[in-house]
Ligand binder design. Structure first.
Ligand SMILES: [Fe+2]
Ligand SMILES: [Zn+2]
Length: 381
């Protein structure tokens, strides 16, 4: 697309830009001044040097013009000068279409993804940034990724976690063993099947990413189930808009208790961002506490909860595969809901190790590696 600026005009408290291809864009004056790129307003590291209260209360654009392909503004009352490149203006434009294309676009999936799982070899990923970026691109789009041939040594899950981000220590430790044990404090540590769920909704903040590394897997059963919670939420939104809305509004308390911990947090089952896009799913029947809601909302909430759970159980939604020794799955905990089929511990061993990392760490790594490869879309300067 053409990014040649043609003209600029002041219309009330906005600046209107015309481009040579005929498009126009509107930028609020206060927003432009707050985003001034000049050295008095921004440190060389990109951080803002002033506070909102430092700006004149009677701020106004005195002159707006196109100079050397830039938008140049002169401000009243302080005669401050701001300049914006055409590419910066395009990258930050506030029109709804531009805002929509800038958001991270999840790629919804279902059972059929089995033929094209997002997968990379652990040593290849370590050796080649392009491989890692390709894998992280898929992780970002699908909400999970698989790594193969991770050495089957205890503790490797933490090594991978600290490669991708920063391991979060919890009351389970920095890593936990998922293995059938006597007197388990959590059903995860038994051989029973587990419906798909997000982990630890009773934490604030909830762990953003879970890693599970398979060390041994020769027990019959114990297949991994993954369901795209964002996809399921969109189906609910389409099929039962009122129920969907209720699940985004009414919070549920989640709780975990054992001898040493008593963890509680509240969250709606489906969390939306300002624009109505699904951001998080909190779904865990084992740790769902008693719903505390106005009487007239209880039955409708349960109907919606039931409907959402039915969608999550639709066979076409379930991606089923068996983790073999050396496989490691990295999941966005509040999107790629996970579960497992039952297994028979008397006929073989099943031993996984897991850990949590936060979302921001792995997302930061993704951006930094993209920058190193010259793929960054960041036009902050
Ligand atoms: Fe889990
Ligand atoms: Zn400035």
């Amino acid at each position: 697309m053409s990014i040649e600026l043609l003209s600029a005009s002041i219309v009330g408290d906005v600046v209107q830009i015309a481009w040579q291809d005929g498009r126009t864009m509107v930028f609020p004056a206060i927003w432009l001044r707050d985003n001034c790129r000049c050295p008095a307003c921004r440190h060389a590291n990109g951080q803002r040097l002033f506070e909102i209260t430092d700006l004149p209360r009677d701020l106004a654009v005195k002159q707006a013009a196109i100079q050397d392909g830039h938008l140049q503004l002169v401000w009243a009352p302080d005669d401050h000068i701001s300049a914006f490149t055409a590419s910066w203006l395009v990258a930050h434009e506030l029109g709804s279409d531009s805002r929509a294309t800038r958001r991270e676009q999840p790629v919804f999936w279902d059972r059929s993804l089995i033929d094209r799982l997002p997968v990379a070899d652990w040593s290849a990923l370590r050796a080649d940034t392009a491989v890692e970026v390709g894998w992280l691109d898929q992780y970002a789009a699908y909400g999970f990724g698989l790594l193969r041939n991770v050495p089957t040594e205890p503790g490797m899950v933490e090594v991978v976690g600290n490669h991708l981000g920063f391991v979060r220590v919890t009351n389970y430790g920095s890593l936990f063993d998922v293995i059938s044990v006597p007197k388990p404090n959590n059903l995860a540590f038994t051989a029973v099947g587990l419906g798909v769920h997000s982990d630890n909704p009773y934490r604030e903040p909830t762990p953003g990413v879970q890693l599970l590394h398979c060390l041994e897997s020769d027990a019959p059963g114990g297949d991994t189930l993954l369901v795209d919670g964002f996809h399921a939420a969109e189906i609910l939104r389409r099929e039962d808009p009122a129920g969907f809305k209720l699940l985004t509004q009414l919070p549920l308390n989640f709780r975990f208790r054992d001898a040493k911990a008593d963890l509680q947090a509240e969250a709606p089952l489906i969390k939306l961002d300002f624009d109505g896009a699904v951001k998080e799913i909190h779904f865990n029947n084992r740790s769902a506490d008693t719903l505390n809601a106005p009487v007239d909302l209880v039955a409708p909430w349960y109907a919606a909860y039931r409907k959402f759970a039915d969608i999550l159980k639709r066979p076409e939604m379930e991606l089923i595969f068996k983790l073999g020794a050396g496989d490691l799955v990295v999941m966005m905990n509040e999107r790629a809901l996970h579960g497992r089929t039952a297994f028979d511990p008397s006929l073989g061993r099943r031993h996984l190790q897991g850990c949590y990392i936060d979302k921001d760490g792995i997302e930061s790594r993704h951006r930094v590696l993209r920058r190193q490869l010259g793929l960054s879309k960041d036009l902050a300067a």
